[in-house]
Design a protein around this ligand. Structure first.
Ligand code: RIB
Length: 302
């Protein structure tokens, strides 16, 4: 019986600077506060799955530095099995995030150990892939390795979720492996080469992306909610009205909550409503695994 959910992805140590605005070109600007956190889209998604009570494994790579140890410990604290995390002879992945007063952010990542992940690392995790009902991927590791792992996931009957972030060109084979594609407005616009700002534009993009990927497509629109298209029906879920403090990782929380819905065979609308609640809670606190809700925090709200 397949019981696990496995995330293959990135681990970044995040340096978050809270500041009033971004500097102008050539300007030295003074920020207000530095917050250091375990992050990375993959690790965030794994931590959120763990906090929702899913039997979660993570495949990825950290450096042999103190950040690698901190990030592994944070995943363990959030009930993620870290036996398949490898160590590289390079520094851990890092992210430098500038967070504005309304919670919006600007982020730059350093590749580090995430880009040292190999097919051998994936092969070593084959047993856990075989036992996984769902595998979740993002795009902060080398594309050929993600493609290799997706092929293994499909061979072993897993449902494949791709959060195609950050947006980059992927191979035709990967298009064929994906069962559920989750993108935000700017990623949707990258993949379908059309502007996606409004709900109507997102609905149109959902149809275009469905034609390209032949999968369930979900487009998130921040405070404008999210839309989905499954080839037959269009869905819309409005966002929760909350006071946002930091939106870093909100898309990761949403992705994991959709995977939770799929795992528990929720219908699409219910999965989107659940994911909206999970990400709404995540944005009310500063980023990182501690901002993600546990299953009991969500259940008392829905
Ligand atoms: O999605 C948010 C994450 O993106 C951050 O934690 C940062 O590390 C980048 O990978």
């Amino acid at each position: 019986m397949k019981e696990n959910i496995t995330v293959l992805g990135s681990l970044n140590y995040d340096f978050l600077v809270k500041q009033e605005r971004m500097p102008e070109k050539g300007e030295t600007y003074t920020g207000e506060e530095l917050i250091e956190l375990s992050g990375g889209k993959g690790a965030n998604q794994a931590a959120q799955c763990g906090k929702l009570g899913l039997n979660t494994y993570m495949i990825g790579k950290v450096g042999q530095d103190q950040y690698g140890t901190i990030m592994i410990d944070s995943l363990k604290e959030n009930h993620v099995n870290t036996s398949y995390l490898q160590k590289a002879h390079t520094r851990s992945g890092m992210s430098f995030v500038h967070v504005m007063p309304d919670g919006e952010y600007y982020s730059t990542i350093l590749k580090g150990a995430n880009f040292e992940l190999t097919t051998k690392d994936v092969d070593e995790a084959e047993d856990v892939i075989k036992q996984s009902k769902i595998m979740i991927f993002q795009l902060e590791n080398p594309i050929p390795i993600i493609e290799y792992a997706m092929a293994k996931a499909k061979e072993n009957g897993c449902y494949v979720v791709l959060n195609a972030a950050p947006a980059k060109t992927i191979t035709q084979e990967m298009y064929d492996y994906i069962d559920c594609l989750i993108v935000n407005e700017s990623e949707a616009s990258f993949y379908c080469s059309q502007k996606v700002d409004t709900i109507e534009e997102a609905k149109k993009a959902g149809r275009t992306l469905h034609d390209l990927f032949n999968s369930l497509v979900i487009v998130t629109l921040g405070k404008n909610g999210s839309i989905a298209f499954d080839g037959n029906q269009e869905y819309f879920q409005p966002a929760q009205k909350v006071k946002s403090v930091d939106t870093t990782g909100a898309g990761d929380a949403y992705t994991s909550a959709i995977a939770y819905g799929i795992y528990h065979q929720f219908d699409i609308q219910k999965s989107m409503a659940f994911a909206t609640e999970v990400s709404a809670i995540a944005v009310t606190k500063d980023g990182g695994h501690s901002s993600f809700p546990k299953i009991e925090d969500v259940m008392e709200k829905i």
